[in-house]
Design a protein around this ligand. Structure first.
Ligand code: NAD
Ligand code: ISE
Length: 339
């Protein structure tokens, strides 16, 4: 580390996720502090920097990375800006936590894989935070014991309260189902080989012209079938649920039975309203794991190969959606650095 004992982090993008990560690093995480924030909206960056001692606001990521106070970079700008920020971080050989998606398409994700390969060592953890969620971790441990036998099917439900005005039908795949694609590869330890997208009639909750909900079916090289209901205008809250069906049993997470209240002749509980609430612990664990690994000089968790593999599945998914047919996933050979 260039400066103090704790890791000096530059947070790139200070919108919903970036501002939450700044708060997290300052208030929850040990071993790190925010020394720089970057946003193309200078007022936003300055207002976030104003709340953090010793933090400077920059209009440009490369400028922040050149600062002696910056030891590591957390990228939370929109996906289209990730490639430039990642390449700038490689130029300074800085460790990175990059929010999902790695980049918006497979070709740009592959350029990042190639750039990291040229650097000669892994530098990036990708923000697939479900791998750090307590329930997903339990499910993964159970599957890894082999107690339930081989996984045959994985059913997923992914529901958002309401889509923002700029949301498109392709974003169901690229922005939301991207998480189930990563979860599938990680939980099952298998690659996704083909994607089909079915659309029922649109919900009356969805804006005119949006194909919502959608039903995504994925096939894996281990012979499993994975389905995802993605519904971004549920109208009632944010829910992420998964059930694995194995040869000798099933296991389900995400029912959200934190507390059940009996009152007035009814029973029930609360439903989270967004991902910040539902995955708060997972984001905390993800960022702490990144800080700890970085301070040890290591890179752990999902990396750029995972980001690329998922981008390739997304690309097949968007084609499957627009062409109304099953589309096979095309992956290049995995470089030795990622085996
Ligand atoms: P947002 O629109 O709220 O914030 C993005 C911020 O980045 C804005 O302040 C914008 O001005 C800034 N920005 C745009 N281009 C920039 C650039 N070139 N350099 C620096 N700043 C730039 O978006 P968000 O919801 O915070 O999403 C940010 C990232 O986090 C995206 O990659 C998104 O997919 C990801 N995300 C992840 C999760 C998750 O659950 N892991 C949830 C939501 C969003
Ligand atoms: C958002 O960008 C996320 O990454 C959330 O985890 C996901 O649930 C949501 O659908 C996306 O829009």
């Amino acid at each position: 580390m260039k400066s103090h004992d704790s890791l000096g982090v530059a947070v790139i993008g200070t919108g919903k996720m970036g501002a939450d990560h700044v708060r997290r690093i300052q208030e929850v995480i040990s071993g790190a502090r925010v020394t720089a924030v970057v946003d193309v909206d200078p007022e936003r960056a300055q207002s976030v920097a104003a709340g953090v001692d010793g933090c400077t606001a920059y209009p440009d990521a490369a400028l922040a990375m050149a600062s002696p106070d910056v030891d590591a970079v957390l990228i939370a700008s929109p996906g289209a800006a990730h490639e430039a920020a990642l390449l700038a971080a490689f130029a300074h050989d800085l460790p990175v936590l990059c929010e999902k998606p790695l980049t918006p398409d497979a070709a740009s994700a592959l350029r990042v894989v190639e750039a990291e390969r040229r650097l000669g060592h892994r530098r990036v953890q990708v923000g697939f935070m479900r791998r750090y969620d307590a329930e997903y971790l339990k499910l993964k441990s159970l599957l890894d014991t082999g107690e339930l036998g081989r996984p045959l099917m994985l059913h997923n439900r992914h529901r958002n309260l309401a889509s923002p005005p700029w949301w498109t039908s392709a974003m169901h795949i690229n922005d939301s189902v991207v998480h189930e694609m990563d979860v599938t590869r990680w939980l099952l330890g298998q690659e996704i080989t083909a994607v089909t997208v079915l659309c029922p009639r649109p919900s009356a909750n969805a804006p005119e012209g949006l194909r919502d909900p959608q039903f995504v079916v994925m096939e894996t090289d281990g012979g499993a079938i994975v389905d995802v209901e993605i519904n971004v205008n549920s109208g009632f809250g944010y829910q992420v649920q998964a059930e694995v069906v194995c040869e000798r049993g099933t296991a389900r997470i995400g029912d959200g039975h934190g507390m059940v209240v009996n009152s007035g002749g009814r029973w029930g509980g609360a439903i989270a309203q967004d991902f910040i609430e539902r995955f708060a612990d997972a984001y905390d664990r993800e960022v702490q794991a990144w800080v700890d690994a970085t301070r040890r000089g290591e890179v752990t968790g999902p990396g750029v190969w995972d980001g690329y593999a998922v981008a390739a599945v997304c690309e097949a998914g968007v084609r499957a959606q627009s062409e109304g047919r099953r589309v096979e996933v095309e992956l290049v050979e995995r470089p030795a650095l990622y085996r």
